[in-house]
Design a protein around this ligand. Structure first.
Ligand code: ZN
Length: 184
């Protein structure tokens, strides 16, 4: 006999194992206990390791950004990237400034809460990348008005430009897959 008295009624909500936000039980993944957003985030990280292991490492993934403004977010992400890549403080400051102010060298694409920031810099020998997530979202002045929640930051040498395009294409594909998973 199964005791029914301590069972949750079917309508009760359960917290996601990762972010703790209450979800209807039907939307939590049965195996991982993750909400759709956290499951997609986990998948994005795995895809990153799989498709570009030379670019990404544990240190350049920030699962829970503390930043509340776009400027803070960029600093926080580049800082974690710099730590991982052994980048000098001076170079990481230069990259933050370029991402913020240099529209010649840097580009930002934001769509559906996903932001891809890309900058080229001659002092960078190898391409570097970082992915980050903000639980609450950060206003990046997106045309669709959605705060950005997932970020991919790419820093690459200006040459060769083809490598550059390959990187942004990979990042865009990963973000598209993520966006498909989280679309409601
Ligand atoms: Zn969650």
């Amino acid at each position: 006999m199964i005791a029914t008295s301590d069972r949750q009624p079917p309508s009760a909500s359960c917290p996601c194992r990762e972010c703790g936000q209450d979800q209807p039980p039907s939307s939590l993944d049965a195996y991982s206990g993750l909400c759709p957003n956290c499951a997609a985030w986990e998948e994005l990280q795995q895809a990153v390791y799989h498709h570009a292991p030379h670019l990404w490492s544990a240190g350049s993934i920030v699962s829970d950004l503390e930043a509340t403004t776009s400027q803070q977010a960029i600093s926080e992400i580049v800082e974690s990237m710099a730590l991982e890549a052994g980048m000098s403080e001076q170079l990481s400051e230069t990259i933050v400034k370029a991402l913020l102010f240099d529209q010649e060298a840097a580009s930002t694409a934001i769509d559906h809460g996903l932001a891809m920031l890309h900058v080229t810099h001659p002092s960078v020998a190898e391409p570097l990348a970082s992915v980050a997530r903000s639980q609450f979202g950060i206003d990046f002045g997106s045309p669709d008005g959605h705060p950005a929640k997932v970020f991919v930051v790419l820093v690459s040498p200006p040459q060769p430009p083809a490598e550059h395009l390959r990187l942004t294409a990979t990042a865009a594909r990963l973000l598209r897959n993520y966006s498909r998973r989280t679309a409601t």
